[in-house]
Design a protein around this ligand. Structure first.
Ligand code: B1M
Length: 211
């Protein structure tokens, strides 16, 4: 079995320690960090996601797999994030209110950091004022929101509505994303940009700041 396959297998079993060790081994052997991320970690997570959908595994198994995923990401982060001295902008990022999914948000956060931004990650289940207060505190350029549940997508609109109520809508670029989100939803709620994945989110953020 290849190292990448082993990473995927251990992730599916929720074996965080083994995932960490193997990700480090893959890096030491000179493998591309993006290949380790996409084929090893995300590959394993997609298999778990499919099984979850088909009721072949349940929340506890998904939870331990997600922990193993985040453990692997912690080893990969320094390799994925190579920042220069001066940040090109500041981004406040979080998963919206009611939503506890953080893997996609963490990857988007890493990629945006790697594109040269200073990142302020407010975590999961973040309400509108938490996004806005942090943006005000750090002088952010961009507010980036992630949602993984159809039921939490409306919380993205709450942040935009609250920005309007507080007279701050024009001060910030609002980016949205996450599996159930799409361009038409982003247009509907008045977000500035929707991007499909972490790489396009990072590219878009960079493009916005260099305009
Ligand atoms: Co949950 N879950 N989950 N879950 N979970 C989903 C999302 C689901 C699709 C599974 C399914 O039924 N098929 C389903 C949602 C259905 C729906 O709303 N339509 C679901 C459900 C129902 C639930 C619960 C309600 C289950 C329950 O309790 N009965 C519950 C809700 C809890 C809550 O949030 N309040 C729940 C709980 C959990 C766990 C805690 C067990 C765990 C999360 C652990 C964690 O994140 N730390 C979990 C997981 C892991 C999943 C799946 C299996 C995987 C999600 C993931 O991490 N994907 C997921 C099924 C699936 O997606 N196939 C599922 C990998 C990640 C890299 O992808 O997050 O999409 P993603 O991020 C991508 C892009 O979307 C994009 O870039 C990322 C990387 O390229 N992106 C952005 C993300 N944010 C972005 C922001 C941007 C731009 C791009 O700009 C700012």
């Amino acid at each position: 079995m290849s190292l990448i396959q082993e990473i995927s297998e251990f992730l599916q079993k929720g074996r965080a320690k083994n995932v960490k060790t193997l990700v480090q081994q893959a890096l030491d052997e000179g493998m591309d960090p993006k290949e380790i991320l996409n084929d090893g970690l995300l590959g394993g997570m997609m298999i778990i996601g499919d099984k979850f959908k088909k009721n072949e595994v349940f929340v506890p198994e998904v939870l331990v797999a997600a922990r193993a995923m985040n453990a692997g990401l912690s080893i990969l982060e320094p390799e994925l994030v190579k920042v220069g001295n001066e940040p090109i902008g500041r981004v406040v990022i979080g998963t919206v209110k009611g939503d506890l999914h953080d893997i996609g948000k963490n990857i988007v956060s890493m990629m945006i950091k790697g594109a040269g931004f200073e990142i302020y990650d407010i975590g999961v289940d973040a309400d509108a004022d938490k996004f806005i207060d942090k943006a005000e505190e750090v002088g952010a350029d961009i507010i980036a929101m992630s949602a993984l549940l159809t039921t939490t997508m409306p919380a993205m609109k709450e942040v935009i509505d609250r920005l309007q109520e507080r007279g701050l809508r024009d001060k910030y670029i609002v980016m949205v994303g996450g599996a159930p989100v799409n361009q038409s939803f982003a247009d509907q709620i008045g977000a500035d940009y929707y991007t499909e994945d972490a790489t396009s989110a990072a590219n878009k953020a960079k493009e916005i700041m260099t305009k």
